[in-house]
Design a protein around this ligand. Sequence first.
Ligand code: DP6
Length: 357
Amino acid sequence: MKGNEAFTEDPIEVAWRSPSNIALIKYWGKHNGQLPINPSLSMTLSNSFSETSIKYRPGRYFGGDFHLVFLFEGEPNIAFEARIKKYLHSLLEELAFLKDSEIIIESQNSFPHSAGIASSASFFSSLALSLATLEGMFSGKGRATKILLPRASHLARLGSGSACRSVYGGFVSWGKLLSIKRSNDYTAMPLSLKHHPLFSGLRDTILIIDEKHKSVSSSAGHETMQNHPFRFARIQQAKNNMNRMLLALETGDWKLFSSVAENEALTLHALMMSSEKGFSLLHQNTLLAIEKIHKFRQETGARICFTIDAGPNVHLLYPAEDENIMQNFISEELVQLTCRDYKIDDMMGQGPIQIFN
Ligand code: DP6
């Protein structure tokens, strides 16, 4: 069954486009399912997004279950379909309208599969926004953005933690922190502080150092924090780094921004190495890139720093106004460390948009 072929009548269709995000303060470790052990902060991207549509038809009998077809970039994807099925099953009580329905979910990414960009964040965010929209239609009230987005953030978190931040544009926090009013572990929220103009349209050039699939998934990585010897120190550090990052964003302090962002990236990988099983997702060229960035910064005072997620690829962060200098530096010094001269130029984005209905 492909697309509409599954339906004899026109289904209800909703679709959202949602960008990925890059964490500046890293979510690493969770409890009670999908609640983070520490607060995190990210920047929502612009060019790297997923588009996900749901075609939905109620009133079939599946004994309280649903019938799902999932297509990724036009093709069936058994492994991912199983993950989505499990996710939707876990939501059946919360989203009762899914019971006894036929559902076709189709998704595609603007970025290649292998790019090392968090596709689960953009995917689950776009799926959750579509589910929350359907839910709004079924409650008969529709949904104002004020209600829809927190609801979608909650649903996205249950699919993949970092996805709950992709529901909003700009800088987004997730997790309880005393200095952020109304912050909580259940939904992300856009930063209410006004960031300094230096950070408007912040650039993120992603160096694809290695395209291979990660040897340890994020979920397995989170688990290593369960009995990690540095667990409590890490939680404290993340809170301190959140507050330092908020100060940097508000005052336009690039040095502080850069030192916190790099400290978070290096801590994430140090936590992996110092976990019981001890592993590393870094590549030798990741380390070479770091060395080159530090040298360039020392010699020129350039405003550039890096962050790294749970993989070998390096995200270069720099102000929009420095784009030309940094692009020169990247093409002269860094691009040769990537596989196949592969980099993706992205930047801060405005957040998801509804593309159907
Ligand atoms: C290193 O959100 O992918 O990117 O909740 O198990 O789906 P699950 O994990 P995921 O973890 C992301 C970890 C990170 C840091 C971050 O994005 O904050």
